[in-house]
Write a protein that binds this ligand. Structure first.
Ligand code: SAH
Length: 267
């Protein structure tokens, strides 16, 4: 069915299993009259089904010019306002096309999936920028996104994702659902927006603390952080974080408290 050879450099693994595509769309619930964005439309497998859901507006962004004609055909619609953008998602302000928060879908190119996620989660004023995200990742990345403390997968990506959103792993997708068949399994992750944490805390400091903490994954954080932050043991005690904690033992809330306490201690 593919007339154009899939390109590895653009992470092209097309979702060819129709029942999986349908399941992704139905996981999102009623999309009628909603605004939708699809990242990386490719050969239009998911696009077709998104259009069928009767949204008010559907924007598709695709970097590969070879697929633009196919997508233009796919997007022909009498009742839905469609927009096709032939650009790089990482360099485009997709939100400027919407006056209400869109629901975003994407079978993401795996080589840049976490970059795309970071962009969606941290777009300036990202509060209320989007309603929900339904994104496909390699299973291993999906597991890291949703991981809880005291597990091997728990790390910067988990804390970063859970700081800005509520992610949940919806279902696993077998590699045989794609063409060409990738080496690894995939999963669909749903993100609901988390308006609570992102504006309360000093984001830059929070990012710096988790980055430094996980640079010494097996070390106690009092040792990793003492070079950057004064009185770290006292501050940890104030936050009820046991002195011998390693980064994987510390919850998101505790990292937030730590960031806040360090911030205050500098004034
Ligand atoms: N949604 C389609 C294609 C998924 S493959 C399907 O499920 O069948 C990933 C798609 O993202 C490819 O079409 C690829 O060309 C596109 N893509 C890769 N990098 C991109 C970028 N930086 N910006 C926009 N699209 C990109």
């Amino acid at each position: 069915m593919q007339e154009i050879a899939p390109k590895r450099k653009f992470g092209q693994n097309f979702l060819t299993n129709q029942s999986v595509v349908e399941r992704i769309v139905s996981t999102a619930g009623d999309l009628e009259n909603k605004c939708i964005i699809e990242i990386g439309g490719g050969s239009g497998n998911l696009t077709k089904h998104l259009l069928k859901a009767k949204p008010k507006k559907l924007l598709v962004i695709e970097i590969d010019k070879d697929y633009i004609e196919i997508l233009r055909e796919t997007l022909k619609s009498e009742s839905v306002e469609t927009i096709l953008i032939s650009k790089d998602i990482l360099r485009t302000d997709i939100f400027s096309y919407f006056s209400e928060p869109p629901v975003i879908f994407g079978n993401l190119p795996y080589n840049i999936s976490t970059k795309i996620l970071a962009k969606l989660l941290t777009t300036p004023n990202s509060k209320n920028k989007w309603e929900k995200l339904f994104l496909m990742f390699q299973l291993e990345v999906a597991n890291r996104i949703v991981a809880k403390p005291n597990s091997k997968q728990y790390g910067r990506l988990s804390l970063f994702s859970q700081f800005y959103s509520y992610p949940s792993l919806e279902f696993q997708i077998s590699k045989s659902s794609f063409f060409p068949t990738p080496k690894v399994e995939s999963a669909l992750v749903k993100f609901r927006s988390n308006n609570e944490t992102c504006n309360e805390y000093n984001n830059v400091l929070f990012q710096d603390i988790i980055k430094k903490s996980f640079q010494g994954r097996r070390k106690m954080i009092k040792n990793t952080l003492k070079a950057s932050y004064k009185n770290i043991v006292t501050i940890m005690e104030m936050c009820n974080i046991p002195e011998n904690s390693r980064p994987e033992n510390i919850t998101l809330q505790q990292f937030c408290n730590l960031a806040e306490a360090i911030d205050k201690s500098r004034i």
